[in-house]
Ligand binder design. Sequence first.
Ligand SMILES: Cc1ncc(COP(=O)(O)O)c(C=O)c1O
Length: 253
Amino acid sequence: VPLRAPDWRFDRSEFDAAFSRRTKLVVMANPNNPTGKVFTPSELEFIGDTARRHDALVISDEVYEYLILADQARHVSIASLPGMFDHVLTLSSASKTLFCTGWRVGWCVGPADVLQPLGVKSDETYVCAPAPLQYAVADALRLPQEFFLGIRGPFRLKRDRLCSALRSAGLAPLVPDGAYYVLADYRRLGLTTDVEAMNYLIDQVGVGSVPGSAFAAGGRDTGLLRFCFALEDIDLDRGCARLAQLRSPVGRV
Ligand SMILES: Cc1ncc(COP(=O)(O)O)c(C=O)c1O
């Protein structure tokens, strides 16, 4: 079910129509990667009610739960809505909250009757989680609430800095409400495909991005590149300075 720019709403009838008798799961990320969409309580209620009506379980990936960047947005776990807990598996991980991508320590919260067999499956799949890292994450999760609430502040500034550099370079950003990526439209530069645009930026100014088609159904070109601002300020500043050197291949910017 596509999320449509610029505010990444989905069509409710399209969502409903996506279910069949065989549908078992609804998989979503909230906040979302790559759009930064933060689902509203009303959208979550609709998703939850529809999933329940079709007897489907919701898997809600909430790894960016503390990276809410827009003033008007707030993170609501779909599992916290009335009557939803038994119908949702909520996933999160240390990667984004504790800045340790690569440790691959995460957790799943949900109803006991699903978690028990899932534990067996997970044990079969991973053999063994990295125990020392699990202890470190368990300690960090006991940090005071201020730590978690303070995560977003620096990321808001990084988002604004990158968006403004993209704008000046002629790459129109879709300013994200959450997570730490920006999708930006490259078409004003006169580049025709996202892979061409990605390579052009690497060749011309050494700034890397991910083509939007990597996230689109059927690998369709979206006219967008995804940039990440989870960087130290010094590296982000270097990237922004390089974007300022970008020149359109057809001289339109
Ligand atoms: C929505 C989402 N879930 C999960 C992950 C990765 O989580 P982990 O590092 O715990 O495997 C990412 C990372 O890019 C992500 O964007």
